[in-house]
Design a protein around this ligand. Structure first.
Ligand code: SAH
Length: 219
């Protein structure tokens, strides 16, 4: 008989960090430590739990997905955040990326439009003892002006263009990390605020569910 021990998850997590992150060039110690400690198996539905550490996205209900581990690491790396950073995340989903950001930054504000996903994510992070996160329900394309500016804004759903409120809510040097494109083709983009405006840089092709915002665009 095979017994599944809790240490198996830890072994799988270590392997994921080595194989899917370090071997692909993720070197940031704090990101590797965060992803080596957040239990991804607690963020996915029971039916797909045995694939929690596989190299791909997984369904989390309501037609949404938890991103591939490498993409979570890459997006976190591109934010350039430190332990002093104030971060806004749009698209809480399962709360996995939220937990990774929270292990690194000072505080994370996360906004989700599907209330059921938000409630489940809130519960998961509470159970993990992660307390430096504020949860908001609503349209993330509008950002969260009352706590702006943010050192980084991470959007985990794809938009046709960067929503102007999110650009406006960046601090000087702050970065917006966001997939831009449609269902057929998207690129992970980084917009950085400078003294005189914004710079834009494409990082990699990617595939995310759409950012749904009747107020910001017709999707
Ligand atoms: N980062 C998540 C994955 C999110 S999938 C994780 O680690 O699990 C994208 C999420 O964006 C979905 O939960 C979807 O409901 C949410 N979303 C889509 N449009 C949104 C909007 N306008 N405002 C807030 N959340 C939105």
């Amino acid at each position: 008989m095979i017994t599944i021990k809790s240490t198996d998850w830890r072994a799988q997590r270590r392997r994921m960090v080595r194989k899917h992150l370090q071997r692909r060039g993720v070197t940031n110690r704090r990101i590797l430590a965060a992803m080596g400690s957040v239990p991804r198996e607690a963020f996915v539905p029971t039916v797909v739990r045995r694939r929690a550490y596989a190299d791909g996205p997984l369904p989390i209900g309501n037609g949404q997905t938890i991103s591939q581990p490498y993409m979570v690491a890459l997006m976190t790396e591109e934010t350039g955040i430190t332990r002093k950073s104030r971060v806004l995340e749009i698209g809480t989903g399962s709360g996995y990326q939220t937990a990774v950001l929270a292990r690194i930054a000072l505080h994370v504000w996360t906004k989700e439009r599907v209330s059921q996903l938000l409630a489940e994510a809130t519960d998961r992070l509470r159970k993990l003892g992660i307390t430096n996160v504020s949860f908001m329900h609503g349209d993330g394309a509008l950002g969260y002006p009352s706590c702006a500016p943010f050192d980084a804004i991470v959007v985990t759903a794809a938009a046709p263009f960067p929503p102007p409120p999110l650009l406006e809510q960046l601090s000087c040097d702050g970065r917006l990390v966001i997939p831009i494109g449609d269902l057929a083709a998207q690129h992970l983009m980084i917009y950085q605020r400078t003294n005189s405006g914004f710079t834009a840089r494409a990082v990699t092709p990617c595939r995310f569910v759409p950012l749904i915002s009747p107020q910001a665009f017709d999707v």
